[in-house]
Write a protein that binds this ligand. Structure first.
Ligand SMILES: [Zn+2]
Ligand SMILES: [Zn+2]
Ligand SMILES: [Zn+2]
Length: 148
């Protein structure tokens, strides 16, 4: 059993790495557009992160925000941007679909196998039907060592 588990863990490690990479947004730090990295950007000059103007030495920023993805007045990577939101949704959808198809596996939190089950109401003769209910009953809480 133990050896099988170890093999699974090794195999899943690569899946987890893929999952992380797939879930990460790809954006360009040159033109601030989504979906590509600056290495492959077709824009020749660095753009200002705020106003998208040519970010040269003489750049005088108007400080008017402009989004490279939807042209509206916010940061290009603003999470409220519709384009960003759609992009993230698509990403999550793709990842979830891959998980459904069994290509990816979310890392499962290892469940504790030996849970503390030793705690019992040994002093009580009547069977405990619902512990929550009993806890909420004040008269039962005060019922310790009453028939001593
Ligand atoms: Zn770019
Ligand atoms: Zn600027
Ligand atoms: Zn936008």
């Amino acid at each position: 059993m133990a050896s099988v588990n170890k093999a699974n863990t090794d195999a899943e490690y690569s899946y987890i790495t893929t999952y992380k990479a797939a879930n990460k947004m790809t954006y360009c730090t040159k033109c601030w557009g989504l979906g590509h990295l600056r290495d492959v950007c077709i824009i020749l000059t660095q753009r200002c992160r705020i106003c998208l103007g040519n970010f040269g030495l003489n750049h005088q920023c108007s400080n008017v925000l402009k989004c490279a993805n939807c042209q509206l007045e916010h940061h290009s990577l603003d999470p409220r941007c519709d384009v960003i939101r759609r992009y993230r949704t698509e990403l999550n959808k793709a990842v979830n679909m891959a998980i459904c198809e069994g290509k990816l596996h979310r890392r499962e939190i290892p469940q504790q196998q030996d849970q503390p089950t030793t705690f019992r109401y040994n002093n009580n003769d009547f069977p405990v039907m619902n512990t929550d209910k009993i806890k909420s009953n004040p008269w039962n809480i005060q019922n310790n060592n009453s028939d001593q």
